[in-house]
Design a protein around this ligand. Structure first.
Ligand code: BG6
Length: 515
């Protein structure tokens, strides 16, 4: 465990100490009574406090519409930590020390006067905790509140534009960032009227995952892969984000949103851009993001005709999960009984540039699939000449590079090897690297990394304005070109999605990797 390593060897602490002498901020979380706070944000903050990664005085003000006081809020947060943090149960001395800096403020997001009392509260914390006016405003509410909250903060003079050394303001914006290109642009316009882009941190929690960051390290810290990372050697790339869960009480949010907006526009296009981007000139936020944007800009926009050939939409009906019968999507609470929202999508994209011309990228993501797994597979081209006819007459299996993002984080390379025997018989074998057995270091949760980075003012793992917009321009033609789900439901819960997803890839003589 990280915390048992001395500071110099602790991968999280090494190099951070100098930065942690910076003045601490007050993190003001709007939407603090929500599920994200309970499942992710507070547990991540506790784990950071446990690792002594938060600057002394770092304070949290949870803002919500429900009536409660600091003590009740702290007790609820402790429960959340005990349920969801990495190191549980909470250590009393770590929690008590941290909980002293946690507060709750009741506020109706539309009520301007209550912002004045929030402001007074923040001033008091500044005095007590030396937070010096540094603020991180975290918009973790339903997106319809983002605009009104920003307006009120601005009206009451709580936002400082620019980046002074002291008394700075940063804003963290949770997803979903818009529901199409137009709404994302409108939100961006509103934000940039109030903040410089360097103050804005748009969250895509996949970027906070260790294994996602490792894609960059794997590609650019090793000399052997980059020369073959292109159309000459790569046959195609697959990205799968498969979820076993159904709606888990999120039906009302998800219905009308769907997998394309919920997973493809953000997480999957982020994975795609990290795999496809050119080497950045440095690790500075803008160098990395410039390259990601360039890769995404090169994604070929689909015509309606291509949407019908290159996209397969699905919705699950009743079926099984973990051996138990589960209801279909339309029977989930909060979902319309005739809903046309997709819970599965498979698509084929092309990146029109020198590196990737003609190489298909197959993406698929769905709810209620048989397994929880996120995986990236690079399939290389077959050998040019069959020197070794296989014993059973079938072709050699091509080389695969498999990057498993979660769970069981790993990187595997599939190569052909000779089975020991007097004649030449060949079998594919996997060369495996597993994170679990590496340094014994347990990877931090994505939100730990992201909350730490915003505190330190490091923006590389957040999406920039143009990045969000270009991602929306990739998915908008698909949104517009998709037919309503007349055939829904078209896959059984607990299966790998509709037949159309198989047809899509098999028509090209390829297959989805079996996970
Ligand atoms: C969220 C989506 O952004 O990501 C959810 O809104 C999805 O629908 C989740 O379940 C998946 O995240 P993870 O980290 O569990 O892979």
């Amino acid at each position: 465990m990280n915390s048992t390593l001395p500071d110099t060897e602790n991968p999280l602490r090494a190099g951070l100490k100098r930065k942690m002498t910076a003045a601490p901020p007050v993190l003001v979380i709007f939407g603090a009574t929500g599920d994200l706070m309970r499942r992710k944000l507070m547990p991540a903050l506790y784990d950071l406090a446990y690792d002594r990664l938060l600057p002394a005085g770092f304070s949290v003000v949870g803002v919500g519409r429900r009536d409660k006081d600091d003590d009740i809020f702290r007790a609820e947060m402790l429960e959340a930590v005990n349920e969801h943090a990495r190191r549980t149960p909470a250590r009393p001395e770590v929690w008590e020390d941290f909980a002293r800096n946690i507060f709750y403020h009741r506020l109706d997001f539309e009520q301007a006067e209550r912002y004045d009392s929030l402001q007074e509260r923040l001033h008091r914390i500044d005095g007590d905790r030396q937070t010096l006016g540094n603020r991180i405003f975290y918009l973790a509410t339903a997106p319809r509140h983002f605009g009104p909250i920003l307006e009120k903060l601005h009206e009451r003079g709580m936002i400082r534009k620019g980046q002074p050394r002291q008394g700075w303001t940063r804003v963290l914006v949770e997803k979903p960032f818009g529901s199409d290109l137009e709404s994302a642009r409108a939100l961006n316009r509103q934000i940039s009227a109030l903040f410089d882009e360097s103050q804005v941190y748009r969250i895509d929690h996949y970027l906070g995952k260790e294994t996602v960051q490792n894609i960059l390290v794997f590609r650019f810290a090793n000399g052997i892969f980059e020369p073959i990372w292109n159309r000459k050697y790569v046959d195609h790339i697959q990205i799968t984000v498969s979820e076993k869960l159904g709606m888990e009480g999120r039906g009302a949010f998800f219905d009308g949103v769907g997998v394309l907006r919920d997973m493809v526009q953000n997480h999957m296009l982020q994975l795609l851009s990290l795999v496809a981007m050119e080497p950045p000139v440095s690790l500075a936020a803008d160098s990395v993001r410039d390259e990601k944007v360039k890769a995404m800009r090169a994604v070929r926009p689909m015509t309606p005709e291509e949407v019908s050939r290159q996209v397969a939409r699905g919705q699950y009906g009743p079926g099984f999960a973990g051996g138990k019968p589960v209801p279909g999507y339309r029977e989930e609470p909060g979902v319309a009984p005739d809903s046309g929202t997709e819970t599965f999508m498979a698509l084929k994209l092309f990146i029109d540039n020198w590196r990737w011309a003609g190489v298909p990228f197959y993406l698929r993501s769905g709810k209620r699939l048989p397994r929880q797994a996120t995986e990236l597979t690079v399939q290389f081209k077959a050998v040019p000449h069959a020197l070794f006819p296989d014993s059973d007459g079938s072709a050699l299996e091509p080389n695969l590079l498999i990057i498993r993002i979660q769970p069981d984080e790993a990187i595997s390379l599939r190569v052909a090897a000779k089975i020991p025997s007097p004649e030449i018989r060949i079998q594919p074998v996997l060369m495996d690297f597993r994170y679990g057995s590496f340094l014994g270091a347990e990877p931090p949760d994505a939100y730990e990394r992201l909350l730490l980075d915003v505190t330190l003012g490091e923006a590389t793992l957040f999406t920039r304005r143009d990045e969000v917009e270009v991602a929306w321009s990739v998915v908008t033609p698909i949104l517009e070109g998709s037919r309503p789900g007349e055939t829904f439901p078209n896959y059984e819960a607990g299966t790998w999605g509709p037949q159309a997803a198989f047809d899509l890839i098999e028509a090209d003589g390829r297959q989805w990797r079996k996970l």
